[in-house]
Design a protein around this ligand. Structure first.
Ligand code: 6PG
Length: 258
């Protein structure tokens, strides 16, 4: 696996480093004369990335040119945006309420608490209409952030669910019997098309999941995060050192100790 592993001292350093990495990525995007589209950032849900979003929100005004950034959600729960479980609400509280970003740049899943299939179809249409590279089969998000579940799921790609086999949709409604719910999620090919994919993983309880992700056994239906392999983009892991434990690094990864 070709990846860059960023090992941070603790959760706080992880959040700060990952936030700064995004700032640097945006800076390179802005400085590239070949690039004339806004930077698109697909946010991860759950709890781990919240501190990173708070770190981004705390940056000095102007550090991040939010007017030139498109925010997306890599997955969303099947609840209204004001619901405590909503990934949109988590991002709103950690980031959106503290930054000056044009409303039209915030592309959340439409009506996630309604008909999940319709929400997924509508979100796909939004992505196809607004994302750079819409003429591609899968528009290339500039950066997709992902978490990792203890069951080695990522986004809302849970073990043995239908979304794992989706090859043509960008976004799909995914029934998750393990949680007795339906989720709206980017599909594996949509994620893999991204220019940069970054796993943000914190906590010793994720050690086994990371070990399986890196070293197997290989079984993408049982361990869906193993499906994440960038088509031609970069892959990064932002970890706190406690999760590393004694997990051997995969071959050919670059390690950065923060
Ligand atoms: C979600 C996420 C999910 C999450 C992992 C890790 O909507 O819950 O997209 O994939 O990233 O479950 O969650 P924690 O960060 O809470 O451990």
């Amino acid at each position: 696996m070709k990846a860059q592993v960023h090992v941070c001292q603790d959760a706080e350093a992880l959040a700060a480093h990952a936030a700064q990495w995004i700032v640097d990525l945006i800076g390179r995007h802005e400085a590239d004369p070949e690039i004339d589209w806004p930077f698109s950032l697909a946010l991860a849900g759950g709890t781990t990335p919240k501190a990173m979003y708070q770190a981004m929100a705390a940056m000095p005004a102007g550090k991040i040119a939010w007017e030139r950034i498109i925010l997306l959600w890599g997955d969303e729960r099947h609840v209204p945006p004001e619901h405590p479980d909503s990934n949109y609400r988590m991002v709103k509280e950690a980031l959106l309420d503290h930054i000056d970003i044009p409303a039209e740049n915030v592309l959340a899943v439409p009506e996630p608490g309604g008909d999940a299939t319709l929400a997924a179809r509508n979100y796909e249409r939004v992505l196809k209409e607004t994302m750079h590279g819409r003429n591609r089969k899968f528009p290339k998000v500039d950066c997709i952030l992902l978490g990792l579940g203890k069951d080695v799921h990522t986004a809302s790609l849970f073990p043995h669910t239908s979304a794992l086999k989706e090859k043509s949709k960008l976004v799909t409604a995914n029934e998750v019997p393990q949680l007795d719910t339906t989720r709206i999620t980017f599909t594996p090919p949509m994620i893999n098309a991204a220019r940069n994919i970054a796993f943000i993983i914190n906590g010793a309880e994720k050690m086994d999941a990371l070990s399986i992700l890196w070293h197997g056994p290989r079984d993408t239906q049982q361990y869906p995060a193993q499906l994440i392999q960038p088509t031609d983009g970069s892959l990064h892991f932002f970890l706190d050192k406690h999760i590393m434990g004694n997990i051997p690094l995969p071959e050919s990864v670059m390690v950065q100790l923060i």
